[in-house]
Ligand binder design. Structure first.
Ligand code: 13P
Length: 253
């Protein structure tokens, strides 16, 4: 895989009904005609559980990969109402799973649970998109680096398959607010995260680190010069094929 491969991941959160497949189809049509696809970037869409199987069937042989937004932290099958295991996600041919999104941390996902989720997802041969990020208070108290280091080191460890882990840095104060970090701060933070990851995995090989938080087609250009960012986790703007495609187009303008 080329080192400058970028990821554009659309995290739909609690959005989408069966006909929303049209959004993914339009994105697929665009990337099919784009020679940069697979050479310079890849697209992953994470729809809600209700659409996961139909989307992953349709996109099994297509360019876009499908992922889950979360998974349960243990067991292939068990009596946990509402839970979906990594095994079940793998069986419907989804390839990725997001773990540790701040929405789920806010709902009670502990670091202990996240460690189990990551371990279990990797065991089931899913690729993990592991989310970290400081909140507004941690940021104003200058605790960003300390928070991120703790979030990484409590969950990730050397024995895990680092090749199947992508980290997404999503500052909580930026999600859905229209606020994005200053480029110089973001650059330092992403480099810091990569350094922590190198220490955890005892490797010089760079692990992919994405940015997420209010990314849209009008601000994507600001991230272009930050070569250390390996891609983007996009929430609100991924619910429209036009916005999502414009993000990619404007990034490579
Ligand atoms: P927004 O792009 O809507 O800020 O959401 C970011 C996010 O949480 C993606 O996981």
């Amino acid at each position: 895989m080329a080192n400058n491969m970028r990821y554009f991941i659309g995290n739909w959160k609690m959005f989408g009904v069966p006909k929303s497949i049209n959004i993914v189809n339009k994105i697929n049509t665009f990337i099919k005609s784009d020679k940069k696809y697979n050479r310079k970037y890849r697209v992953i869409i994470t729809p809600p559980y209700t659409l996961l199987e139909s989307f992953s069937k349709i996109f099994k042989k297509k360019l876009i990969s499908i992922g889950s937004q979360n998974c349960y932290h243990k067991d292939n099958f068990s009596s946990n109402t509402g839970a979906v295991s990594p095994y079940m996600i793998k069986k419907i041919k989804a390839k990725y799973v997001i773990v540790g999104h701040s929405d789920n941390r806010a709902e009670g996902d502990t670091e202990d649970m996240l460690k189990k989720k990551v371990t279990f997802a990797l065991k089931n041969k899913l690729k993990v998109i592991f989310c970290i990020g400081e909140n507004k208070k941690e940021r104003s108290n200058k605790l960003t680096f300390k928070t991120l280091k703790k979030q990484l080191s409590k969950v990730l460890e050397k024995k895990l398959n680092k090749d199947n882990i992508i980290v997404a840095y999503e500052p909580i104060w930026s999600i859905g607010t229209g606020k994005i970090p200053k480029s110089s701060d973001l650059s330092k933070t992403i480099k810091f995260i990569k350094k922590v990851l190198s220490n955890i995995f005892k490797t010089k090989k760079s692990i992919k680190v994405l940015y997420g938080g209010s990314v849209d087609s009008s601000n994507i250009g600001q991230f272009r010069s930050l070569q250390e960012i390996d891609g983007f986790l996009i929430g609100g703007a991924s619910k429209s094929s036009k916005n999502f495609i414009d993000i990619i187009k404007n990034y490579y303008r």
